[in-house]
Write a protein that binds this ligand. Structure first.
Ligand code: C2E
Ligand code: CA
Ligand code: CA
Ligand code: CA
Length: 275
């Protein structure tokens, strides 16, 4: 067994070294990209199901890499988090999203994703307040999207942080709801203003009875708690009809629109007005 273990180790060692090299190359590349301004935000509309109007957009970061083209956040956010580069990147995202939104019609909000790493910085509420002041965006037009991972740092600290953020006047959305372990108790303890139902519960709608029951129950619970509910990942007319009939608040997904570059998002807004 010992020999086997050794053999296994030898086989994996080169691959591991290669991976680490690739990782440090990408870290250097990420650092360079921040300085070079290679990141951009795309905006995905959120539609109110009762009126059909766009009420908000979620800002989603992309990396316009000189050789690799448009790189998905799933491919660089984890590394940015491990290396600490998420701090300057997250600050850039927040500033840029608020600046864009300040130029939109005043009834359109912007939602910004917050990494658990950003959340660990006690200076976050001040940074959010400063960004709102610098960009001229009203606090009520900013919504911060937080996943459950953020809430593992201890209840008291989390509650203090969320309460400070709410005190500034920004909205707090619990993102990817239903994918973690403790979502339900968190909703009771923490001052969230919105629930975003994870795409994984939506993909099998409307035919899958279990998914239907879960989505229906979350929407009902949100209403009972006085929270707005957004259903994400709505890709088909059938899915849209299902969640609209269940009286969720808002819908987000490819059926309404893919995430769009800033100018195209404004075009989408005015296209809706014209229609
Ligand atoms: P998320 O916060 O759950 O964002 C929603 C993701 O679902 C986006 O992927 C969006 O493009 C995608 N999506 C929206 N509608 C549909 C649909 O109908 N069908 C399908 N299949 N997908 C849909 P994206 O832009 O690739 O972002 C992936 C994740 O990266 C985000 O998941 C979020 O966790 C993270 N992320 C994106 N931007 C930022 C950022 O600025 N900061 C941080 N910390 N994380 C970010
Ligand atoms: Ca999100
Ligand atoms: Ca989400
Ligand atoms: Ca998600």
């Amino acid at each position: 067994a010992k020999e086997e273990g050794k053999g296994t180790f030898r086989v994996f060692e080169p691959a591991m070294a290669e991976r680490m090299q690739a990782r440090s190359r990408m870290e250097a590349d990420l650092r360079r990209a921040l300085g070079a301004g290679e990141f951009e935000l795309h905006f995905q509309p959120l539609v109110d199901v009762r009126t059909g109007a766009v009420t908000a957009a979620e800002a989603l970061v992309r990396w316009r890499h000189p050789e690799q083209g448009l790189v998905s956040p799933a491919d660089f956010i984890p590394l940015a988090e491990e290396t600490g580069l998420i701090a300057p990147l997250g600050a850039w995202v927040l500033h840029t999203a608020c600046l864009q939104a300040a130029s939109w019609p005043s009834d359109i909000k912007v939602a910004v994703n917050l990494s658990p790493v950003q959340f660990r910085d006690d200076g976050l509420p001040q940074a959010v307040a400063d960004t709102l002041r610098a960009t001229g965006l009203e606090a009520g037009r900013l919504e911060l999207e937080i996943t459950e991972g953020v809430l593992l740092d201890g209840e008291e600290r989390t509650l203090a942080m969320l309460t400070k953020l709410r005190g500034i006047g920004v909205g707090l959305a619990m993102d990817d709801f239903g994918t973690g372990y403790s979502s339900l108790s968190y909703l009771r303890r923490f001052p969230f203003s919105k629930i975003k139902i994870d795409r994984s519960f939506v993909s099998l709608l409307p035919d899958d009875a279990e998914s239907a029951a879960i989505v229906r129950a979350i929407i009902t619970m949100g209403a009972g708690l006085g929270m707005a509910t957004t259903v994400e990942g709505v890709e088909t007319a059938e899915q849209y009809a299902f969640v609209a009939a269940e009286r969720c608040g808002q819908v987000q997904g490819y059926h309404v629109s893919r995430p769009l570059p800033a100018a195209a998002f404004l075009g989408f807004l005015s296209g809706l007005e014209a229609a």
